[in-house]
Design a protein around this ligand. Structure first.
Ligand code: NAP
Length: 281
């Protein structure tokens, strides 16, 4: 790594967030409250199983209770929603995470919408999205929140900057675009039908790559001195940007792994603790 480049170390940022959370968890324990996150996994997708296990382990390390519900691949929308309603009613449960993706027979949007807004710690409901758009979300989507947390931790200015986001998914590209807009960036959102993507990326002061294609963003597209946030995660620990080539042009960049990923998990824990504190007030 060139000494004039800033490596945006997500592992360090996540560690800092979790240290702060550990204090809050012990304060809750003194009141007899243990934050509890329920993860719901439907089916047997190995990557999803890994993600759910990582989230559960992160909870336990911090003293947050992690309850895991594993439903069969053949689960119907109605059966899944019934489980979510049960968790909504359970006063010991503070956060509900339905692992994406669910099997194709399930109406994922209907299942997400069944999650109580008070327990939507992963920011997947339409109401949560709308609150985020207004800058008022209790629990914004975790990866967008992680991206903002990294920029803030490194005191990277957002206001007045041109932020280009590649990707418009409801959990990542759209909400992070709105959060950057709410912080007074000028935001351009790109997607698969964007014409002249390389030119638009070349105008970015801050680039967020959320494409889902390994090493997709080329170094030659990047403006000299841009900040590059790689939200992508593809098999083989490969992000959505060509790291070595983008490193050469950027002033700061997140690695994969060790960038956005660990902070995303830290944000999920933070939202669960936030939710438990609200109940405990
Ligand atoms: P997604 O739902 O598949 O969305 C991908 C987006 O990229 C879509 O908006 C798509 O455009 C756009 N896109 C696809 N091909 C493109 C192209 N050739 N040019 C420009 N845009 C293109 O993916 P996602 O769930 O947002 O995830 C994006 C990435 O983030 C993945 O690598 C995923 O693994 C990663 N991720 C990481 C975390 C984390 O914790 N670090 C969490 C969630 C996701 P259209 O809308 O036109 O199809």
């Amino acid at each position: 790594m060139n000494s004039d480049k800033l490596l945006l170390d997500g592992t360090r940022v996540a560690h800092q967030i979790q240290q702060d959370l550990a204090i809050r968890v012990s304060q809750l324990a003194a009141k007899g409250i243990q934050p509890c996150l329920v993860t719901i996994l439907v089916g047997d997708d190995p990557s999803s199983e890994t993600y759910v296990r990582m989230k559960g382990n992160a909870c336990r390390r911090l003293g947050i209770q992690s309850r895991r519900i594993h439903l069969a691949q053949t689960t119907t929308t109605e059966e899944l929603i019934a489980v979510i309603h049960e968790m909504n009613q359970d006063s010991y449960v503070h956060g509900i995470l339905l692992q994406h993706p669910v099997p194709p027979q399930i109406d994922e949007r209907a299942a997400f919408e069944a999650i109580s807004i008070h327990k939507d710690v992963d920011g997947v409901t339409m109401l949560g999205f709308a609150q985020n758009a207004f800058g008022e979300a209790s629990f914004p989507s975790c990866t967008p929140a992680a991206i903002l947390a990294i920029l803030d931790d490194y005191q990277i200015p957002i206001e007045g900057k041109h932020a280009v986001v590649i990707g418009r998914s409801p959990i990542l590209g759209k909400p992070v675009s709105l959060m950057l807009l709410n912080r007074n960036a000028t935001v351009t959102i790109c997607h698969s039908r964007t014409v002249g993507l390389d030119h638009i990326v070349g105008l970015a002061d801050i680039l967020v790559a959320a494409v889902g294609k390994p090493a997709f963003v080329q170094g030659s597209w990047i403006k000299e001195g841009a900040v590059v946030i790689d939200a992508g995660y593809n098999s083989g620990n490969i992000g959505d940007v060509d790291y070595e080539a983008c490193l050469t042009k950027s002033s700061a960049i997140t690695p994969v792994p060790g960038g956005v990923g660990p902070v995303t998990i830290a944000m999920l824990l933070k939202h669960t603790v936030d939710a438990a504190e609200k109940v405990g007030q």
